[in-house]
Design a protein around this ligand. Structure first.
Ligand code: SF4
Length: 352
């Protein structure tokens, strides 16, 4: 049986129009929009102030939910990792990372990924399909529900930051990513600030150009993996087709247009990307640009010989960039005891 279209793939204005289109007064449209986005209703019968006839009519034409919880793991550091089963049986991951004052939600934009980065578990199975906008938006609502029912003590209540850093290359799913951003930024949608949303990309030329043209004002993180095209292609074969200089140039253009620094993410792998010579080359590439750098010590995968560098090597790399006047941070991804690196939980489940 084919799925019905997903209601949350519509923007709030379109959702409201469904009620008025069914002959209901305008205020019913507002009530429906509130249920769908602000309350994040996951079942039609939650919408208690809407007439049953309207709910029945909508339910006949639209699916309200597309994600079913399949696994939830909590790390000793508080990171929560979720596996969601989609309507076609595929699975995706989402993560809650508790921070001092807020929670960070890490979202997926594709089932699998075509980018084949060596340091990433998601890369191993290839791309299966793009997520629909409603599947992206529902991840936020599911994670909000989880925090509401099981608050993380001491993480503050300043809402959530969103990072598109889960499975998939977000800019390869531009139409649905853009639509999900419309929903997230709409005051009648998820009412999130653009300052609190970050797109993490491996930097495909076409995707960066679309982002630049759309100018959504959200943050941009460019994952680099190499300072020249030859070394980058060894770790990131598909993204390596966009020359480093061009990807960095487009990211800089976007950062200037958005009025906020772009982040360059650099995975530190022992003996491959953690050399002082590479730190110096990276500093030259970043010099004078609107960038900050996040250094991410590699999380070991179970089918590769790549190794995480020790802390001293990470700090030596950082020191070179700091000396060059570039803002640089070491970011350890949380939840190492629950396979929180992108794609690891799904891969483990697929192989058992
Ligand atoms: S790191 Fe990101 S772009 Fe690269 S394979 Fe993994 S999910 Fe895809």
């Amino acid at each position: 049986m084919r799925n019905k279209p997903l209601l949350r793939s519509l923007v709030p204005r379109e959702v409201g129009a469904l009620a008025t289109g069914a002959g209901e007064p305008a205020y019913r449209g507002g009530q429906l929009v509130d249920w769908v986005f602000a309350h994040g209703a996951l079942a039609w019968d939650e919408m208690t102030n809407l007439p049953a006839s309207l709910r029945t009519g909508l339910a006949a034409a639209w699916d309200l939910s597309a994600l079913e919880p399949a696994a939830r793991e909590v790390s000793s550091d508080g990171t929560r990792k979720f596996l969601f089963r989609l309507r076609d049986g595929q699975t995706i991951e989402s993560v809650i990372i508790p921070m001092a004052e807020h929670a960070t939600f890490c979202l997926s934009t594709q089932v699998g990924c075509a980018m084949a980065c060596r340091f990433c578990a998601t890369a191993r199975g290839g791309l299966i399909r793009n997520l629909e906008a409603g599947e992206i938006v529902e991840q936020v609502l599911r994670l909000r529900h989880d925090l509401a029912t099981d608050p993380v003590s001491g993480h503050g209540d300043r809402g959530e930051n969103i990072v598109f850093m889960g499975m998939g290359e977000p800019l390869d799913n531009w139409p649905d990513l853009a639509r999900s951003l419309d929903v997230m930024l709409d005051p009648d949608g998820l009412a999130l600030s653009r300052r609190r949303i970050q797109i993490s990309t491996s930097g495909p030329r076409e995707g960066l150009q679309k982002l630049l043209a759309a100018a959504p004002g959200v943050g941009l993180t460019l994952s680099l993996g190499g300072v020249d095209d030859v070394s980058r292609r060894k770790l990131m074969p598909v993204p390596g087709r966009t020359p480093v200089a061009e990807a960095v140039g487009l990211a800089a253009d976007y950062a200037r247009a958005a009025g906020r620094r772009a982040t360059v993410a650099w995975v530190l792998i022992a003996g491959r990307t953690d050399g002082v010579d590479q730190a110096e080359a990276l500093a030259r590439l970043m010099a004078g640009g609107p960038f900050k750098v996040n250094l991410i010590p590699f999380n070991a995968l179970d089918d590769d010989d790549l190794v995480r560098p020790d802390r001293t090597a990470c700090e030596a790399f950082q020191a070179v960039l700091t000396a060059a006047g570039i803002p640089v941070f070491i970011r350890d991804s949380g939840g190492r005891d629950i396979a929180a690196a992108c794609g690891q939980l799904r891969r483990r489940r697929l192989s058992t």
